[in-house]
Design a protein around this ligand. Sequence first.
Ligand SMILES: Cc1ncc(COP(=O)(O)O)c(C=O)c1O
Length: 405
Amino acid sequence: MERNAAALIDLAEKHSAHNYHPLPVVIASAQGAWVTDVSGHRYLDCLAGYSALNFGHGHPDILAAAHEQLDRVTLVSRAFHHDQFGPFCAELAELTGKDMVVPMNSGAEAVETAIKVSRKWGYLVKGIPAHEATIIVAEGNFHGRTTTIVSFSDDDTAREDFGPYTPGFVSVDYGDVEAIRAAITPQTAAVLIEPIQGEGGVVIPPEGYLRGVREVTAEHNVLMLADEIQSGLGRTGRTFACDHEDVVPDVYILGKALGGGVIPVSAVAADADILGVLKPGEHGSTFGGNPLACAVGRSVVRLLQTGAFQARAVELGEVLRAELDRLVGHGVVEYRVRGTWAGVDIDPGLATGRQVCEALLARGVLAKDTHGSTIRLAPPLVITADEIIWAIAQLRDCLADLGAR
Ligand SMILES: Cc1ncc(COP(=O)(O)O)c(C=O)c1O
């Protein structure tokens, strides 16, 4: 590693909390699917900011929208209207097929918003007695890092020392509709699920699960909340991962790619009978729905309206699947692919996910491990088929170096 990079990492080690364990690469610039470090080495980005960069680094349309807005007005707060807000909300509502949206910033804030809205809907519309509403969640979930959200996580690292925990959540097995049915009570306001569990290792539920959740929630007057923060906005080959089962949840929770890789933008989308429960002063954020975020978000919606990225995710996904398939039995135990998104389980006897990601880094590929020996691949959708083939060839060579046959 160049001294420059080492010195920069040292500064971060000394002066930032150690709440992350980044790979030892210091990125200085990026374009499309590639990033360049401070020493001029290039890496193929196969993480894409956990899908925040679905459209690649520096997409010209997104940058043009941001630049144009930067020169006009960037922040007014929600105390006033601005000319990007109404159009952004209307265009995002149209993309989701819902009446209205609540713009926020981070994904966790959007999840918190959905939780608050569900509880209030539960009291005002469903008639659940005050303070008794519950929300059903799934084992293995990842919805963010706030105190309420980690309260219903089963990841010890995320949760352990952060109690006391927020009550009102019931956790059931992921992928099991009957477990949800059994857990529903008159106090249940909502079921919150990821249509595909991203942090869990790109866990794709059994076919019919989303339809089953839709049916059982509708049957019991319970809201279905789909956290599409990582799975949505083109990643899986459809605008929303729920589309794969033709399921329309009551509430979409969106984030990551909505900000075009430029600025944090998240949102909750639902119909007026649900989001209409919010009244002035009950919820908000200084930065949520700011002019820059709305201008960027509008450019993202325009990119998704063409369907080109969704189609590309399908095509690239076939390449990814074909390439990964050859590695099974050669260091890879199993893999899951949906669109251009893969969870790859490395033979734990061979290496941890972290070790594989370090080896990939040395070969010019950025990827991220999750839970033990799983790595996930989520390259920007501007990547080419040849680049995917090259990336998986690097993975094959890394596994061979680690002793795979
Ligand atoms: C499904 C899901 N929900 C919520 C979040 C939290 O988003 P943020 O990190 O922007 O708060 C994430 C982040 O990885 C996620 O994958």
